[in-house]
Write a protein that binds this ligand. Structure first.
Ligand SMILES: [Ca+2]
Ligand SMILES: [Ca+2]
Ligand SMILES: [Ca+2]
Length: 616
């Protein structure tokens, strides 16, 4: 009997433990893992701000906020209880408590940043310089690991935000006034087994595979370091342009396996379209939606999850995310990745929100296409056939990039350049387009067939004197080579511990590099000293197969640029009587003689492959 009783009490004990365990499963305590955005600021045009709280067991739990915040409306929670969307009115600066049931988190309301010298936008008065953060300069060796190997072109090489800060004087010396930095979002910190490069796993050193839109990549620094970079750059008269991605996330983003809403992505990891890259359908008024579907909603390379901006929560999340980066750091412009694969209706709302909060701000979109008809379709300032004005300020001028390469690298006819510029009327504002001769998605100029330093100088002379906002690519001022991606993203010599020479200083450059550096510096100086080279109307004066002359003109203030792309010296003559008063013209690059325009004609002799810039 005693034994039976004993067994019985043991059974009851076991039963009770089971009951306790199952009750625990039913009513597990909520947990908060993350709050997006992590902060906001007083006086913002967005108030209430919509928080997306990520956690566990959030269903049915009550959202409460400390004094200084106020919950507006009814929070929404997803089926799995992993995401809550809640609108919070921001009433007072400070660090405030947020709770979901028994789980606690904090939310900071900041004082707004002083607007003076921040949120500046960019204009033709600027000279942009594109830096791939990982490949420019290693200013902090403590953040280099993991997946760090300078000998592996697909791994992290150690470049970081501190490295950029350290070399602001170099950039200032070159005449740079704005930095476009590749994305600094937090990327995956392990080997990317999904995106194979040369049959091997790769890494997100380039920054385009975000796994946290609110995080700064640990290899690059912290949010505080980013703020330090913006502040230090601003003190040097250099603006900061952020590279953003809104079309997709990285393949390892936590949303992929746990979507905040059922329609967060276009499709799912298991079931989605692949991007068809039929981009011409996007500007075709005759194309039905079905024709555009795979291009707009397909996953890039079949593995980059395509965000669904038609989902109002996605749209709201992305808009606030953009505002947050600007509002908490003071940066000046955005280069938007993969612009054309995101619906124009979203961009309309996004650009409106950005301009409402930061009226001077400017955005340049990446539409990688050589056709002006296609590219110009995406510029804002005009309602298109879809009834939408996207509000986009600027585009990377790829239609001009290819002719620049053809003429100045390969030595093909230069007249392809004015023929492309002749299509400028299709843009709502060609003056704000970002002109370039190199970038991180193309092989470097010097790796083109036929490229020479003389040709690279001509390309720079053209980009820095034609209409638009010139953009340089890090290392092109040193004639670095690299024929494909990622060799085009090579390390800046001298930016990394143990480098054989330091090209950040004149003594570490070869004779050719020093000459090229000084040439580009001379061009940026001329652009700075002569406003007509920045804002003057572009007038084509003379075009032949290998010679091209144009003026930049504001009323009677005129500069005349003459380029001889031929392998032989050339003498050309053209009429300038209608554009400038008679006078003496001086070549600012020192390759041609003084030219008198008494006859109303300008007669210029240029050595082979050279350019002259005449001002009065
Ligand atoms: Ca580093
Ligand atoms: Ca990371
Ligand atoms: Ca898309």
């Amino acid at each position: 009997m005693t034994r039976i009783l004993k067994n019985r009490s043991a059974l009851i004990r076991i039963f009770c433990v089971h009951l306790w365990l199952s009750l625990t499963v039913v009513a597990q305590a909520p947990e908060i893992l993350k709050v997006d955005p992590p902060s906001w600021w007083m006086g913002s045009s967005v108030n209430p701000v919509r928080l997306m709280i990520h956690g566990k067991n959030l269903r049915g739990a009550r959202v409460q906020v400390g004094p200084g915040l106020r919950v507006i409306g009814v929070p929404k929670v997803n089926d799995r209880g992993t995401y809550i969307f809640v609108d919070v009115f921001v009433a007072r600066a400070g660090v405030h408590a947020i709770s979901v049931g028994s789980a606690r988190a904090s939310f900071e309301v900041l004082a707004p940043l002083n607007r003076t010298g921040r949120f500046q936008g960019f204009s033709p008065a600027d000279v942009l310089y594109l830096i791939m953060i990982d490949r420019f300069a290693d200013g902090d060796q403590s953040n280099n690991e993991p997946i760090y190997d300078r000998k592996n072109k697909f791994y992290y090489h150690g470049g970081d935000l501190q490295g950029v800060i350290n070399h602001l004087p170099y950039l200032k010396d070159l005449g740079v006034t704005a930095l476009w930095l590749t994305p600094w979002y937090d990327n995956y910190d392990r080997l990317n087994q999904i995106e194979l490069k040369e049959d091997k796993p790769s890494t997100g050193f380039h920054g385009y595979n975000p796994q946290d839109f609110y995080g700064v990549e640990e290899h690059f620094g912290t949010h505080a370091k980013l703020r330090e970079l913006v502040e230090t750059a601003h003190r040097s008269g250099i603006k900061i342009i952020q590279d953003q991605v809104m079309n997709h996330t990285g393949p390892y983003h936590p949303w992929v396996d746990d979507m905040p809403t059922p329609t967060w992505f276009n499709g799912t990891k298991a079931n989605h379209l692949n991007n068809a890259f039929q981009t011409w359908t996007l500007h075709d008024p005759r194309a039905v939606e079905l024709l555009k579907r795979e291009t707009m909603k397909g996953w890039f390379l079949d593995f980059l999850p395509d965000l669904n901006q038609h989902d109002p929560e996605v749209s709201r999340y992305l808009i606030q995310n953009t505002l947050w980066w600007i509002g908490t750091t003071g940066l000046d412009g955005i280069r938007m990745d993969t612009w054309q694969y995101v619906p124009n209706s979203f961009w309309r709302d996004w650009t409106k929100a950005v301009k409402r909060e930061f009226p001077n701000f400017k955005v340049v979109g990446e539409v990688k296409d050589g056709d002006v008809v296609h590219t110009s379709f995406f510029q804002g300032g005009r309602v298109r056939f879809d009834g939408i004005d996207s509000g986009l300020d600027s585009l990377l001028d790829f239609p001009l990039f290819y002719p620049i390469r053809h003429a100045f690298a390969e030595g093909k006819p230069i007249d392809e350049i004015p023929k492309t510029l002749a299509k400028d009327y299709l843009y709502t504002n060609p003056e704000i387009l970002v002109t370039l001769l190199g970038g991180h998605d193309d092989g470097r100029f010097m790796s083109e067939n036929g490229a020479t330093i003389a040709g690279l100088k001509l390309a720079n002379a053209f980009v820095l004197t034609t209409r638009g906002v010139p953009q340089l690519y890090y290392g092109d001022e040193l004639a670095l080579e690299g024929g494909d991606e990622p060799t085009t993203r090579g390390d800046f010599p001298g930016g990394f511990g143990g480098d054989a020479r330091n090209a950040f200083s004149a003594g570490g450059r070869t004779k050719d590099q020093q000459e090229l550096f000084e040439y580009i510096k001379r061009l940026t100086t001329l652009r700075r000293e002569h406003s007509v080279l920045r804002i003057g109307e572009l007038v084509n004066l003379y075009v032949s197969e290998q010679q091209y002359a144009y003026a930049r003109q504001v009323k009677l203030d005129t500069a005349i640029v003459v380029i001889n792309n031929d392998k032989d010296a050339a003498t050309i003559e053209f009429d300038v009587s209608h554009i400038a008063p008679v006078g003496v013209w001086q070549d600012q690059l020192g390759v041609s003689r003084l030219v008198n325009t008494d006859s109303g004609k300008m007669r210029v002799t240029l050595p082979k492959r050279s350019a002259a810039i005449f001002v009065q």
